[in-house]
Design a protein around this ligand. Structure first.
Ligand code: CA
Length: 225
């Protein structure tokens, strides 16, 4: 189920969107003001964000700018109350994927969401992931550092692939376990630490790199050096 975050301070519109999107099969979450919206969005756990432009505490433009600066690539569709060309242009300039002018037909929003999600999936499913001299080919199940092949087990490969897909984003142990081992495994979150150690010894220690970082009290982050 796709997770959507609705950042909108008008309760009526927020509630309407939540109901409609849940009806369409999305898992819809809301934030009523800018700071809360930014905090939730920066977790990186949503598939798409509906972002109102005019918000208390932090504007939609500022939220969008900050998220993109943090390399959070979640598709963003902006909502603007005014039919103001400069707002739309600014929104797209700071990295929004699309915009809608209020009032809008829900069908049109749904269509634009599908387009934005498809575009995102296309990027996420890119078969070759790279970071510095490290390359991972998801179709061939191969990892190389420069020309040197690295032999990984299936789980190590999946973990590295997940980390590289979420490059520069801090992932919690729970997120990692859920994605690699599935929900039934959540009791054993230290399985992540064990596998991270394997990857470090085969990559960072073997090649003197520092891709896999520990974020104290949170989890791990794959950093593009
Ligand atoms: Ca508003």
């Amino acid at each position: 189920m796709k997770k959507v975050l609705i950042i909108e301070d008008e309760p009526k519109i927020s509630r309407f969107l939540q109901l409609e999107l849940e009806h369409e099969g999305y898992s819809a979450h809301t934030a009523q003001e800018g700071r809360e919206g930014y905090k939730k969005a920066s977790s990186g756990k949503y598939d798409i964000i509906i972002l109102d432009l005019m918000l208390p505490n932090l504007s939609g433009i500022e939220i969008c700018r900050r998220l993109r600066a943090e390399n959070i690539t979640t598709p963003i569709i902006m909502l603007t109350a005014k039919d103001d060309v400069s707002d739309k242009v600014t929104g797209l300039d700071v990295g929004a994927d699309d915009y809608m002018t209020k009032p809008f037909a829900i069908e049109e929003l749904l269509a634009r969401m599908r387009v934005a999600l498809k575009k995102q999936t296309g990027q996420a499913s890119a078969s070759i992931l790279t970071a510095g001299k490290l390359t991972l080919d998801r179709n061939k199940y191969e990892v190389h550092y420069g020309n040197t092949p690295i032999t990984l087990t299936k789980k190590e490969f999946e973990l590295l692939s997940y980390l590289m897909l979420n490059k520069n984003i801090v992932l919690t142990r729970e997120q990692i376990v859920d994605n690699i081992w599935g929900y039934e495994y959540t009791a054993e979150t230290n399985v992540t630490d064990v596998y991270i150690r394997y990857l470090r010894s085969k990559i960072d220690e073997a090649f003197g790199t520092n891709f896999i970082r520990t974020v104290r009290g949170v989890g791990y982050q794959f950093k593009d050096e």
